[in-house]
Design a protein around this ligand. Structure first.
Ligand code: UTP
Length: 410
């Protein structure tokens, strides 16, 4: 086994992986060798090469996508969508899946992001705020809306423990399954895989796009099918204003036979660092702020509205029929440059003060081009978006707290 591993590591210039091998306990030695035999080093080499070039849209044909403004619906349309949505939710066909496997490196909170107290007077954690929304919906609809939570290998135990310690915030029957997403190795700026504290290759969650295959692999999809779920709402753990139960979104999608609908808000400036919903080669897609040209970012239509203005905010509704198809083939990886502590070749831990490593992530929205149709339903920013990304400044607990308090009149 070790000879096989050495051969692979030599082939891919990763021999540092075994530098601490002799110091490891027997079970860790085996684990490390298993990692080497199973990791796709060819893919790592390919992705490392890609980190050297700025992502662009290349030869892709990018066009604006059409959307419906939820605040400009006629009375009749609104009533119709709401009553359809209410009917679907009340008949137990609706579930929520939260992607909570991220590392939250920018926020720097010690623990899973969902356990974060954003500083409201109640000092409730994000998880508890979401529980409250689901409990309110339970009172309204008389059904328990199942809540599935995607974690990662890194934060799963802490997440589960947090819920146990708080007695599931009184929503135990609704919290169905914590399920772990996949992982992918992190590499340094020379393309070498990072060695973590335990002497093993450091693998990190493979991005929120890991959702679909994790749902299939962990039996989440099967559980939903067995329970008659038809519509699945997915959102991020770091947006306390996310509308977890929105009959308008559900009714709009069902009435228009959409296989999925993405909630959008208008970007607040030409260069806001958000992904923009668009059409790419005639298919629904998201163009990232790192990819889009200045000209496109600034382009406006005859009403002076951004042509590429519909920001994707990680609030998506999927019909259950599409999940299996999306999960069949791995979504593409994108690189993110992050801080990552590592073990050097002398076996000492080095604390990263600045970003030093590439993490490879798949994105939920890369699934859009696998769909026959995607609705885009626009909301006002203040109704549904208060992201907590950074410790200070933009998209921080301070800005989110203000938005949250304003919305709920606290
Ligand atoms: P972000 O992309 O903002 O990343 O996640 P993050 O990990 O929370 O924070 P940084 O970039 O390290 O500072 C958006 C949403 O996607 C989830 C996060 O938990 C958050 O809800 N996510 C992200 C996953 O579930 N898995 C991942 O691998 C990455």
């Amino acid at each position: 086994m070790i000879n096989n591993a050495k051969e692979i590591l030599e082939k891919y210039g990763q021999t540092h992986v075994l530098s601490a091998y002799e110091r490891l306990a027997d079970d860790k030695k085996e684990e490390l060798l298993n990692q080497v035999l199973n990791i796709d080093f060819e893919k790592i080499a390919e992705l490392y090469e890609k980190t050297k070039t700025k992502p662009t849209t290349g030869n892709d044909i990018i066009e604006p996508i059409s959307y419906v403004d939820s605040n400009k619906l006629s009375e009749d349309e609104r009533e119709n969508y709401l009553s359809k949505g209410d009917e679907i939710i009340a008949s137990g066909k609706y579930a929520v899946v939260m992607v909570a496997g991220g590392q939250g490196t920018r926020l720097g909170h010690n623990g899973p992001k969902g356990t974060f107290d954003m500083g409201l007077d109640s000092h409730k954690s994000l998880f508890e705020l979401f529980c409250d929304k689901l409990k309110t919906a339970k009172d309204k609809y008389g059904v328990i809306i199942p809540w599935y939570i995607m974690t990662s290998k890194e934060n799963n135990d802490d997440t589960v423990k947090f819920f146990e310690e708080h007695d599931y915030f009184g929503y135990k029957d609704g919290i169905k399954i914590f399920f772990k997403q996949g992982e992918f190795p992190m590499i340094d700026t020379n393309g070498k895989v990072i060695i973590g504290e335990n002497g093993l290759i450091k693998e990190a969650a493979d991005g929120h796009g890991g959702l679909f295959e994790a749902m299939v692999r962990n039996g989440v999809l099967a559980d939903m099918q067995a329970n008659g779920i038809e519509w699945i709402f997915s959102c991020a753990v770091d947006n306390p204003l996310a509308k977890l139960v929105d009959p308008l979104l559900v009714g709009y999608s069902a009435e228009n036979n959409m296989k999925a609908t993405s909630v959008s808000i208008v970007k607040n400036s030409a260069k806001e660092r958000v992904g923009i919903l668009c059409k790419r080669n005639a298919k629904p897609s998201v163009v990232e702020y790192t990819e889009i040209t200045d000209e496109m970012a600034e382009a406006v239509d005859e009403n002076n509205e951004f042509l590429y203005g519909e920001a994707h905010i990680m609030m998506n509704l999927f019909n259950i029929d599409v999940i299996e198809g999306i999960a069949k083939e791995k979504l593409p990886y994108h690189s993110a440059f992050k801080k990552c502590n590592y073990m050097n070749e002398s076996g000492e831990m080095v604390i990263a003060e600045e970003p030093n490593a590439y993490k490879f992530e798949t994105f939920i929205f890369d699934a859009f081009d696998r769909l026959e149709s995607l609705g885009v339903l626009r909301y006002k920013r203040e109704e549904c978006f208060a992201p907590i990304k950074n410790a200070e400044g933009n998209d921080s607990p301070e800005t989110a707290r203000k938005l949250y308090k304003d919305y709920y009149n606290l």
